[in-house]
Design a binder for this molecule. Structure first.
Ligand code: ZN
Length: 282
């Protein structure tokens, strides 16, 4: 399922420069498209208006944490990777254009991504949702500038995981060829050493009916995973700095698996457990 997402990351390095040569006019146009889709600030009166962005490299578990927070806070989790996949499986005219781009391994343009994102935000607005948690956008400084030009992002959470754990997790990914669900067979168990804390992340094992049908993505080799991380780090640094300069970046080092990380993440975000329990009970 995460294939497309990683493909985007994987091939994103080269074309960035060409984005920068585009005119400011295009940028303003893209900004206008996005702006009309973002809920008006008055929605803040209805409660808290969360406008957050999640950053993090492939395999870090960004989608999982973003989805949990979106349920907890009652705001939509908008993942651009999902939007692209949904569009691809639709019969709309854009689907065949997108399929061509993806199959050739090309980078999906800012114009298309912003178009999909605007439509999704409009849907949310129609449904009366306030706020959002973005996942997979912005990926470049240009995208961050366009977003910043149309709305005030409150917080950017940068999820990080020790590289050795991250690589193990990426290599442990398995997909069931029958039901399409994702699992992870890696058990990360790093012992504490020289004052560095240890880390334990249990595997996410499949149910018996999936065990014999697990497949590995062909690009989940150690070499490709490391290259993917290198490309991601190169590209994301500028986006992280962009938000850091604006005082919006929260760096969060995941201390382990979900049971260990989730309460600490809530604490870092000043969210309390009561909210969590209420959601769990609902
Ligand atoms: Zn299965």
């Amino acid at each position: 399922m995460a294939v497309l997402n990683n493909r985007l990351v994987c091939r994103a390095a080269a074309p960035i420069r060409s984005f920068c040569t585009k005119s400011a006019e295009t940028e303003a146009e893209l900004g206008r498209a996005l702006s009309s889709a973002i809920p008006a600030q008055s929605s803040k009166e209805k409660g808290r208006n969360i406008q957050w962005v999640f950053l993090g490299c492939p395999g870090v578990g960004k989608g999982t944490y973003a989805a949990r927070l979106s349920r907890l806070l009652g705001v939509p989790h908008i993942a651009t990777g999902d939007l692209v996949r949904q569009e691809l499986s639709s019969r709309r005219p854009l689907a065949s254009q997108l399929a061509g781009i993806v199959n050739q391994g090309k980078l999906i343009s800012d114009e298309i991504i912003i178009d999909l994102l605007s439509k999704r935000l409009e849907d949310a607005q129609t449904k009366g949702d306030t706020g959002f948690i973005l996942d997979g956008f912005p990926r470049t400084v240009r995208q961050a500038e366009i977003l910043e030009g149309v709305t005030d992002i409150d917080l950017v959470i940068n999820l990080k995981l020790r590289e050795e754990a991250l690589i193990a997790k990426c290599l442990g990914r398995r997909i069931c060829s029958e039901c399409g669900r994702n699992f992870n067979v890696a058990c990360v168990d790093i012992k504490s050493e020289d004052g560095n804390p240890g880390m334990y992340m249990p595997p996410l094992l499949p149910p018996p009916q999936c065990t014999s049908k697990l497949t590995i993505r062909s690009d989940d080799t150690e070499e490709i995973v490391k290259e993917r991380l290198r490309v991601y780090n190169d590209m994301s640094r500028a986006v992280e700095e962009f938000y850091q300069r604006r005082g919006k970046l929260l760096e969060f080092d995941l201390p382990g698996g979900i049971p260990e990380s989730w309460p600490k993440l809530l604490h870092a975000l000043n969210l309390n457990d009561n909210e969590d329990k209420r959601t769990a009970a609902a």
